[in-house]
Design a protein around this ligand. Structure first.
Ligand code: ADP
Length: 260
């Protein structure tokens, strides 16, 4: 648990650092893009214009990268609320259906009437999208992507295996692909910010670090099971929130206020 807390704190400070740099860098890139645009305009059709186009193109690539960094480090207000995981999965399903392409078969299996989890809906969407994008990248010639939800119970025995997750009720979200799989060295580093095996310009190494940050912040865990040549499964556990206990707490404080 200690190690996990340290990891979370390290990610948090890295996130702040990355966010600060990305913000300043983005401003610099905007200046470069503006001046490149002036040159292109003044020197229309000549050699300097072509050179300036190259500058503008590089600056635009840099700008895309900084936007991804900013998304990772987002200091947006997070609003956790009791949430139906199936609703989030269904919404993302429709979006993924359009963006995954025909050669990937997407199957979504939700277990009906799940209890609520405490999370920010936008953040959970982000988790699903990041994992789906990775799955797509791991299946360049096609394959199957399966997303399923269920309620599971973590008992004492599981709890030890789950890096100290306390026993109780959890929702399980699984994302499985039939892609390239990940060798052990990759699994070991996969959640580290900026770790990527993708060619430069295609991967930032921030997708899984973001997933890790969101899931641990919500009190959950994320585990990777992968076999090279067979595929990869990401298993996320999120604690079930006791909505009734929360309502009771609110009623109590309202009653307390009324009494004054
Ligand atoms: P990025 O996708 O930008 O490389 P991520 O943090 O999302 O960054 O992923 C880190 C690395 O983990 C990837 O470069 C890839 O090697 C590996 N990886 C992640 N998801 C999968 C997957 N579903 N199948 C195979 N490898 C994966």
């Amino acid at each position: 648990l200690e190690a996990r807390m340290q990891q979370a704190q390290r990610l948090e400070s890295l996130g702040q650092l990355a966010g600060g740099i990305a913000h300043d860098f983005n401003n610099l890139l905007a200046v470069i893009l503006n001046y490149a645009a002036f040159i292109i305009e003044d020197a229309a059709g000549s050699a300097p214009a072509a050179d300036a186009e190259q500058i503008a193109r590089a600056a635009r690539r840099g700008s895309d990268l900084t936007h991804q960094l900013l998304a990772f480090a987002r200091r947006e207000v997070i609003r956790p609320r009791p949430l139906d995981l199936n609703t989030v999965v269904t919404e993302v399903h429709q979006m993924l259906e359009r963006s995954l392409g025909e050669h990937i078969t997407l199957t979504v299996r939700t277990t009906a009437a799940l209890p609520a989890v405490m999370a920010d809906p936008g953040q959970l969407e982000q988790v699903l999208v990041n994992l789906a994008v990775n799955a797509r990248d791991a299946m360049p010639t096609g394959g199957r992507l399966t997303i399923d939800t269920a309620e599971v119970r973590v008992d004492e025995e599981h709890s030890a295996a789950r890096a100290g997750l306390s026993p109780g009720r959890y929702l399980r979200l699984r994302i499985s692909d039939t892609g390239t799989g990940m060798p052990k060295e990759v699994i070991d580093k996969a959640f580290e910010p900026f770790f990527t095996t993708k060619p430069s310009g295609q991967g930032t190494g921030l997708g899984l670090a973001t997933v890790y940050g969101i899931v641990t912040q919500a009190g959950g865990t994320v585990q990777i099971y992968s076999e090279p040549g067979i595929g990869t499964t990401f298993t996320i556990l999120l604690p079930v929130t006791d909505v009734r206990a929360q309502e009771a707490a609110v009623e109590e404080s309202v009653a307390g206020l009324a009494g004054h």
